[in-house]
Design a protein around this ligand. Structure first.
Ligand code: FAD
Length: 604
């Protein structure tokens, strides 16, 4: 269509979080003409909120640490459902990526010997998280952003991509570009490119209580599905054990795991340190079963087992949930996280400055003097676009996915700190592969199909066409409540079926949705567009959760409480159905780990 704003690049990266920025830098370095498109302002990606650190087996605190132990921890944390090759590459390459960030100007906290300091986190055998106080994501984004801008990579901010373009020849499923709108003016824009990298982050806004901000509506997940790619692991949503529960305006806001990594403990209303009652068989050998040993571990890891507060997140979130349900919760419906009685005020203020201010300003609680009230919050989606481990290529030629919107790396549960490292390792790989493919295509790039662009335009404008229809906010709120109540930490077949049915109902209602006003900065319209994506993603989560009749990692079925070996060798893939109005499931075998890697699990 004439008059439409158009830009042509070799590689277009959708998303400016750690994954998108690292991918764009790699694509640029490989010689590709590269652009970044992001929905919010540059610098306001989720990555900036990351607090605890970047997991990398650098061995600065514990020389015993190495990629093999990191690989093993990651696989065990994911209950062996991870794509082994991704977990291997991640563990092997993370240290190099952290050093590179330092070369580019990131100022990490140091050990006494001047090395990059590393802190303890749940599920990691050794102190492994490179960090900058509790503001690691901020430093990471600052560094990557500065580099991207210095290199002259073009950035299109406040521009939302609503559809991928897959070329004139529908059968061939080759990327030809992406279609979007400027949030401010509502005008449309087409990016022509043979390579598109999805780096759009998570899906948290489909749930009511979440640590995620407004941008995380599963756009990349939905864009990939609609373009013909598959999603995997969507039943695995991570509920972080510690979100704020009070005041209501900040319910869900994250309280970093570093509080526990630095010595904080969990207590119920009876003052009991209850995590000792919740140590699963799987982790018994490596978890302290008494307070004295747990407390000694912080100083002497070689001779003591780790405190149960540092079990993987799924275990801790379930334990907290059980305590609250049993009536041993805190006044505002959470439980207590106490670092005040365990560490000096100076230590707390130095190590956890953001947490200190967050509680002081938002809840009027001084965390150096009193415990915090916390409870589980929807935090991260393990599920995402299925990719090739080495290249991050999806099932659609020219389409790559990286970071939180990709799947496989974390299996059924992600360890803290393993996201930031994931962004760097696979960001670089995706950027390089996307650039190589664009170079190979050369001038033979798939042309953008005008009919496809017109269809994307009409889909985006549909909410203006209906008068007197429903308002998107109502449907969004109902969806969030449904996902929270029926697809939360503990699930049953009955509730999941109800959720899937409810989502079908929302899909019907969304067809008859209206928004008021004009295309100029219109949040109601933006939500109407995002809602399509959230519904598709919610359908994937509910259906996959119903299909997986076992409990594993971030997926707990009350009606199937045990882990089932039969399910331990397969994942669930979701693709768009032929009519394009829903998703279908396939159970597929996991890639088989080579024998030499299997030995890590036998000997340690
Ligand atoms: P994001 O950083 O989420 O960026 C997504 C980008 O995509 C944004 O620029 C957004 O504007 C853009 N976008 C989305 N949709 C569209 C669209 N349709 N069109 C255009 N642009 C779009 N992990 C760790 O490893 N360690 C930690 O300590 C840690 N702490 C965390 C603390 C908090 C409070 C939260 C919420 C998460 C934390 N995580 C942590 C998780 C980690 O921060 C995220 O998983 C990670 O930052 C995701 O990075 P990303 O690059 O994939 O996406």
């Amino acid at each position: 269509p004439g008059g439409l704003e158009r830009h042509a690049y070799d590689v277009v990266v959708i998303g400016a979080g750690g994954a998108g920025l690292r991918a764009a830098i790699a694509a640029h370095d490989a010689g590709a003409r590269t652009a970044i498109v992001c929905k919010s302002l540059l610098g306001k990606a989720h990555t900036v909120m990351a607090e605890g650190g970047i997991a990398a087996a650098m061995g600065n605190r514990w020389p015993e640490d190495n990629w093999e132990v990191h690989f093993r921890d990651t696989m065990r944390g994911g209950k062996m459902l991870n794509n082994w090759r991704m977990a291997q590459l991640h563990a092997q390459e993370a240290p190099e990526r952290v050093m590179e960030l330092e070369d580019w100007g990131a100022l990490f906290d140091r050990t006494e010997d001047g090395l990059i300091s590393q802190r303890d986190f749940g599920g990691h055998r050794y102190a492994r998280l490179a960090h900058v106080g509790d503001r690691t994501g901020l430093e990471m984004i600052r560094t990557l952003q500065q580099r991207a801008v210095q290199l002259g990579i073009d950035v299109f901010m406040e521009c939302t991509i609503t559809d991928l373009l897959t070329g004139a020849d529908q059968g061939s499923k080759k990327i030809s570009g992406a279609f979007g709108y400027w949030r401010e003016t509502g005008r449309f824009v087409v990016f022509e490119a043979p390579s598109v990298i999805l780096a759009t982050g998570g899906i948290g806004k489909a749930f009511k209580v979440t640590s995620n901000s407004w941008e995380y509506t599963g756009d990349g997940h939905a864009l990939a599905l609609r373009a013909g790619a598959a999603l995997i692991n969507m039943e695995f949503v991570q509920f972080h054990p510690t979100g704020m529960v009070w005041p209501p305006s900040v319910k869900g806001l994250l309280v970093t795991e570093s509080v526990r990594g630095d010595g904080g403990i969990l207590k119920n209303s009876e003052g009991k340190r209850f995590m000792f009652d919740y140590i699963p068989e799987f982790f018994k050998a490596e978890t302290a079963d008494n307070e004295a040993e747990a407390d000694r571990w912080y100083e002497d890891k070689a001779n003591n087992r780790r405190p149960p507060e540092l079990l993987p997140r799924d275990e801790v979130a379930r334990a907290i949930n059980s305590e609250i349900k049993a009536g041993r919760g805190s006044p505002h419906g959470g439980i207590f996280l106490d670092i005040a009685s365990r560490r000096s005020p100076e230590f707390i203020r130095r190590r956890l400055p953001s947490m200190y201010h967050q509680f002081k300003e938002l809840a009027d609680v001084d965390i150096t003097a009193e415990p915090m009230e916390i409870g589980p919050t929807c935090h991260y989606v393990m599920g995402g676009v299925e990719v090739d481990a080495d290249t991050e290529l999806t099932g659609v030629t020219g389409l790559y996915a990286v970071g939180e919107c990709s799947g496989g790396m974390h299996g059924s549960n992600r360890l803290g700190g393993n996201s930031l490292s994931d962004l760097l390792v696979f960001g670089r790989r995706a950027g390089e592969s996307a650039a190589a493919y664009a170079a190979e295509v050369g001038d033979n790039r798939p042309p953008v199909d005008d009919a496809e662009v017109k269809a994307a335009q009409s889909a985006a404008l549909a909410p203006f066409e209906t008068e007197g229809g429903e308002n998107p906010y109502t449907i969004h709120q109902e969806l969030q409540q449904t996902m929270n109540d029926l697809v939360g930490i503990i699930r049953t077949a009955d509730e999941l079926s109800k959720a899937a049915e409810a989502v079908e109902g929302f899909k019907e209602r969304v067809r008859n949705l209206s928004v008021e006003g004009h295309r100029q900065y219109n949040p109601g319209w933006h939500l109407a567009i995002d809602l399509r994506n959230m519904l598709l993603v919610s359908e994937c989560i509910a259906k996959a959760a119903l299909e997986r009749t076992e409990s594993r990692g971030g997926h707990t079925r009350d009606d199937f409480p045990m882990t089932d070996d039969g399910w331990g060798t397969k994942n669930i893939a979701l693709t768009l159905n032929e009519r394009g109005d829903g998703v279908e499931l396939t159970q597929q075998p996991l890639p088989v780990m080579p024998d030499e890697l299997k030995t890590f699990f036998e000997s340690k």
